[in-house]
Design a protein around this ligand. Structure first.
Ligand code: IYR
Length: 221
């Protein structure tokens, strides 16, 4: 059987009390995260974004294929193109494609087809999932558990952005194929999510909604 190269694990055990404090402190930090839709035009540090992306790249993935690609957009002209294409899709969604049930579920978020944050925010990160990759010699190599892998990487990216002190919106345009064309990504890559990142506008508001308590989301057996 193939053994692979094994190296010793770097592991640091915290004393029990410190472990409890760390878990509690992390939860306290994460529960302050909110999806923000009103951004300040203030630019974000490229080094901060790069470190957040490095953190995302530490995510586990099927067979360690790391089936993701991140495109960081700060160019106002490209942001405008993305906004125009996204709003065209959203017009269709809100006018025709969405069921009444879906529109009712979205009502508390007060979303609509207008997406001004795509131009207002200083930084958009388009996340692409790669069902496979193509080697320089044209060989196709399959990727595994792509949704799970890219979902985990996106979650780590979102936590890293929040931890750094920025705010974000996980935006999924109603249809996203336009992102391949605008961002020059190969057609086999699947747009996964658009992360809108920046500082909040001074008067930013968020919906008065909450999270389910532990008893509702977890069962201990
Ligand atoms: N993509 C649309 C609709 C939308 C869908 C879900 I599910 C949301 O949680 C929020 C919005 C939009 O962004 O307006």
């Amino acid at each position: 059987m193939h053994q692979g190269n094994q190296i010793p694990l770097t592991y640091h055990e915290y004393p029990a009390e410190e472990m409890r404090e760390r878990a509690c402190a992390f939860y306290a930090e994460m529960r302050r995260r909110r999806s923000v839709r009103q951004f300040s035009p203030r630019p974000v540090s490229p080094e901060v974004i790069a470190d957040c992306l490095r953190a995302a790249g530490t995510a586990p993935s099927g067979a360690n294929m790391q089936p993701w690609h991140f495109v960081v957009i700060t160019d106002p002209a490209v942001k405008r193109q993305i906004r125009e294409a996204a709003e065209a899709e959203e017009q269709e969604f809100y006018r025709r494609r969405a069921s009444q049930e879906w529109l009712d579920a979205l009502a508390p978020l007060q979303t609509n087809a207008q997406k001004p944050f795509l131009e207002a925010a200083p930084c958009l990160i388009a996340i692409f999932a790669q069902p496979h990759r193509v080697t320089p010699t044209g060989e196709t190599i399959k990727h595994y558990y792509v949704n799970q892998s890219v979902g985990i990487a996106t979650g780590i990216l979102l936590a890293a952005v929040h931890h750094a002190g920025l705010v974000a919106l996980t935006y999924t345009p109603s249809r996203m194929a336009f992102l391949n064309q605008l961002l020059h990504r190969p057609s086999y890559e699947r747009p996964f999510l658009l992360l809108v990142v920046g500082y909040p506008a001074a008067d930013a508001t968020v919906p008065a909604i909450g999270k389910k308590p532990l008893e509702e989301i977890a069962t201990f057996i």
